[in-house]
Design a protein around this ligand. Structure first.
Ligand code: PEP
Ligand code: MN
Length: 332
C-alpha cells in the first residue's frame, strides 16, 4: 500500500506508523509517503485520521506502477531529458568496455559528430569467466570523466558491486546496473541513497514482476530516477545470444511509469542483426536505445561479435531519422 499522509501529521505519528506498518518513508513533491507491503489492504483504525489518500495493490509493483502514477517519470540529465512528456528517444552509443584513451575518444567523437548526448563504456565488466578482460576499473572511469569534460557528453557506466557505487556516481551521469547485478541488494540499496539516475538491466532469467521489484528497492529508498532496460532473456533458442522480449516491453509500457531503454546489441549478440532490431525497438515508442559500437570491433576486449563499427553506427543513426520523424520522436 502507498499511503499519502495529511499535512498535519506530526513526525512522531509518522514514525510510529512507519514502525508499526513496517513501511518505507519517502518524500515525493512535498508529499509524505509511507510504502508498505502490498499485503496490507486496510489501514489500522488508529491511523485513519492521518490519511490523505491511499493506493492498494495486488502485487509489490507499487511506486513503479501506472496505477499509482500514470505520468511517466522524467529523467533530467541537464543537457537532455529522457521519458516524461518528451518525445525523445535517447540513442546511447559507445563500446562494451573502455579499453584505452584513443578508443574512448574515438567513440566520444563519433557521438559528438552525430549530436548525440550519452556515451556508454563499461569499466567494471561482469564477465562470465575470471580469465576474461575484467575492465580498466577506476582508470577507465577517469577516461570517461575526461570525455565528459572535453566533449560535454553524459556518461553511463556499470557498477559490478556495491563498493563501486560512490566511484560510479562521481564519474557518470547514469549508473548502469547490469543483468547479472540486478538482484544484488547491496547495489540496489546503495543506488536508492542517491538521486543519480539508475538504469537497471533485466536479468536474462528475470520475470517482469521481479524486474519491477528490483526497481522498487531503489524507488522505496528515495531515488525516483529509475530507468528500465530490456536486453534480452534466455529462451530455448541458441542461434541468437538472447531473445529480446518486446512483449515484455509492451507490458511494461502499459503497467509501469518508468522510462524504458532497449538494448538490441546484447539481445542479438551479432552485429548483423542490430540495425534491423534497433528499428523494431524504435517503432515500439521507447525512451531510449543503447547500442554497442567500437572503432574496431574485431579487436574489442569484450562482446566483439555484437559491436557495430563506427560507419555502421553512423548508417544506423541515419536510417533511424526518417523512422523517428514519422513516429513523432526526436533522436537525441
Ligand atoms: C553491457 O552493457 O556491456 C553488459 C554487460 O550488459 P548486460 O548486463 O545486459 O549483460
Ligand atoms: Mn557488452
Amino acid at each position: 500500500m502507498i499511503i499519502h499522509l495529511k499535512k498535519n501529521t506530526t513526525s512522531e505519528i509518522l514514525n510510529d506508523m512507519a514502525k508499526q506498518l513496517k513501511a518505507f518513508h519517502i518524500k515525493q513533491e512535498n508529499r509524505e509517503l509511507l510504502i508498505t507491503s502490498s499485503g496490507l489492504k486496510e489501514i489500522p483504525t488508529q491511523f485513519e485520521d492521518y490519511i490523505e489518500e491511499k493506493w492498494v495493490f495486488d502485487s509489490d509493483m507499487q511506486l513503479s506502477s501506472k496505477a499509482y502514477n500514470s505520468n511517466k517519470t522524467e529523467i533530467d540529465l541537464g543537457t537532455v531529458k529522457i521519458g516524461g512528456n518528451t518525445n525523445n528517444t535517447i540513442l546511447i552509443g559507445g563500446p562494451c568496455s573502455v579499453e584505452s584513451e584513443d578508443q574512448i575518444r574515438s567513440s566520444a567523437e563519433l557521438l559528438k559528430g552525430l549530436n548525440l548526448s550519452v556515451l556508454r563504456g563499461g569499466c567494471y565488466k561482469p564477465r562470465t569467466s575470471p580469465y576474461s578482460f575484467q575492465g580498466l576499473g577506476v582508470e577507465g572511469l577517469h577516461l570517461l570523466s575526461k570525455m565528459r569534460n572535453e566533449y560535454g557528453l553524459k556518461i553511463i557506466s556499470e557498477v559490478r558491486d556495491a563498493t563501486q557505487v560512490e566511484e560510479i556516481i562521481e564519474h557518470t551521469d547514469i549508473i548502469q546496473i547490469g543483468a547479472k547485478a540486478m538482484y544484488d541488494q547491496g547495489i540496489l540499496r546503495a543506488c536508492a541513497k542517491t538521486q543519480k539516475p539508475v538504469m537497471i538491466k533485466r536479468g536474462f532469467g528475470t520475470s517482469l514482476q521481479e524486474f519491477t521489484q528490483a526497481a522498487e528497492f531503489i524507488l522505496s529508498g528515495g531515488n525516483p530516477n529509475v530507468i528500465l532496460c530490456e536486453r534480452g532473456i534466455r529462451t530455448f533458442e541458441t542461434k541468437t545470444r538472447f531473445t529480446l522480449d518486446l512483449c515484455g516491453v509492451a507490458w511494461l509500457q502499459e503497467h509501469s511509469n518508468l522510462p524504458i531503454i532497449l538494448d538490441p546489441s546484447h539481445a542479438m549478440g551479432y552485429a548483423y542483426g542490430v540495425p534491423s532490431l534497433t528499428k523494431a525497438c524504435l517503432a515500439m515508442g521507447v525512451d531510449g536505445l543503447i547500442i554497442e559500437a567500437h572503432p574496431n570491433p574485431a579487436l574489442a576486449k569484450s562482446d566483439a561479435s555484437q559491436q557495430l563499427n563506427h560507419d555502421e553506427f553512423k548508417n544506423l543513426h541515419h536510417a533511424l531519422q526518417p523512422l523517428a520523424r514519422s513516429l513523432g520522436y526526436n533522436i537525441v
